[in-house]
Design a protein around this ligand. Structure first.
Ligand SMILES: Cc1cc2nc3c(=O)[nH]c(=O)nc-3n(C[C@H](O)[C@H](O)[C@H](O)COP(=O)(O)OP(=O)(O)OC[C@H]3O[C@@H](n4cnc5c(N)ncnc54)[C@H](O)[C@@H]3O)c2cc1C
Length: 368
């Protein structure tokens, strides 16, 4: 069953648990995994109610996703009570793909590649634990920071939205419960996804997010008449977590793919899979690892500490970063591809004291 070294030719049976983003994205690429037979276990199938939009920045490893995207923005903005920063990208636009469309595409490719699907876990014991890759969600730590949100896809009168510009963060909303912003992806001048997003340890009642969306639509976008076409909701844990089952290897969010400072995962999962496949192509064992660099994880830890303990700084920090970077630099930084020069540019755009306080606080927690 081993495929150690470049000389191995025997067939390796592997099992993947979960048919979400990581499980199906990986299964769709099984043709790039010669000498392996893949079995996908989905004991808790995805519900169509889980459909939502994945936003990501175009990067080299995402080129194969592009044909399935339904909207691309070269401009995006960060808005606070005092300022509006619009950024423009040339090479790394922001793109949107629908979860159900992407998963259906992956499932079709996986079936064509001969991946075998199982609706229950009864035969998982036939695989050695070393050959099982588990994408079920990792275990949350108590009181951890969470990105939680509720979004409405709305239809309003023509001319209601500026559809060439995505609003990544508009902080003109209630800041009393943690870092709170409105995320607005305009699909056309009359339809948009409008999300109320919080970064805090406490999930709010639906009415809180719904009230924030309605207030933003009327007070900031000047829209009083609209129809809700669809809603989506989520809670993404931010920070390091333990694997769902320590007996199995992880993949996806269960293997550190969620970026701790932003909650973005879609692009990082594709990157994680691309790295794993290239390792196999160079003769190594199949294995997955976090797609984030150590330096990014450290910077994210400090940044999260600022957001958690000094949330009132959030509008200033995000607006300062947006003002200092070009659209392409912003996309590269958030996609984990920054070089030292770009990291320094981000660091020097930030006010010093919130970060010094956060570092001391982290130090005190670590030694206390
Ligand atoms: C509404 C919403 C919007 C989002 N928007 C974005 C975005 O714009 N950009 C971005 O990058 N990321 C976004 N994310 C985050 C991203 O979608 C997730 O982090 C990503 O789906 C993680 O992929 P995964 O394969 O690790 O987990 P999942 O896609 O959640 O797959 C996990 C699989 O495990 C199965 N499962 C779960 N529990 C069990 C169990 N106990 N037993 C058996 N099976 C189980 C599930 O059915 C599922 O098939 C969003 C998330 C949500 C919920």
């Amino acid at each position: 069953m081993s495929n150690d070294g470049a000389t191995a030719v025997s067939n390796v049976a592997i099992a993947v648990i979960g048919d979400g983003c990581a499980g199906l994205s990986f299964a769709a690429q099984s043709e790039n995994l010669p000498n392996h037979t893949m079995h996908l276990f989905s004991p808790q199938p995805n519900s169509p109610k889980n459909n939502h939009v994945w936003g990501y920045w175009q990067m080299d490893w995402m080129k194969f996703v592009a044909p399935l995207t339904f909207k691309t923005w070269y401009k995006w903005s960060v808005i606070t009570a005092d300022t509006e920063v619009e950024m423009q990208a040339c090479h790394h636009p922001y793109k949107a793909v629908k979860r159900d469309g992407w998963l259906a595409h992956c499932r079709k490719n996986a079936k064509q590649n001969g991946v075998q699907f199982h609706n229950d876990m009864s035969s998982i014991a036939e695989f050695s634990n070393e050959r099982v890759f588990d994408s079920r969600p990792p275990k949350w730590r108590a009181n951890m920071m969470v990105q939680h949100f509720l979004g409405w896809e709305v239809r309003a009168d023509a001319g209601s939205f500026k559809d060439g510009t995505a609003i990544l963060m508009d902080f003109r909303c209630d800041q009393s419960r943690g870092v709170h912003f409105i995320y607005c992806l305009p699909f056309s001048d009359s339809e948009a996804l409008v999300e109320s997003t919080l970064l805090s340890p406490n999930i709010e009642r639906d009415e809180f997010y719904e009230g924030a969306i309605s207030t933003w639509l009327s007070d900031c976008a000047g829209i009083n008449r609209f129809e809700v076409l669809r809603s989506e909701q989520g809670a993404i844990p931010l920070g390091l977590m333990k694997r769902h089952d320590p007996n199995y290897h992880g993949i996806g969010g269960n293997c550190g793919a969620i970026r701790p400072s932003s909650g973005y995962a879609f692009s990082f999962i594709q990157k994680q899979i691309a790295v794993a496949l290239s390792r196999v192509a160079s003769g190594k064992e199949l294995s997955f690892s976090t797609p984030h660099k150590k330096i990014d994880l450290f910077m994210d830890r400090v940044f999260l500490s600022v957001l958690r303990n000094q949330p009132h700084y959030a509008p200033t920090l995000f607006a300062a970063m947006a003002a200092r970077l070009t659209g392409d630099e912003f996309a590269i930084f958030l996609s984990g591809e920054a070089n030292i020069k770009l990291r320094l540019k981000v660091i020097t755009a930030m006010p010093v004291w919130p970060f010094v306080r956060a570092l001391f606080r982290m130090e005190a927690v670590a030694s206390g």
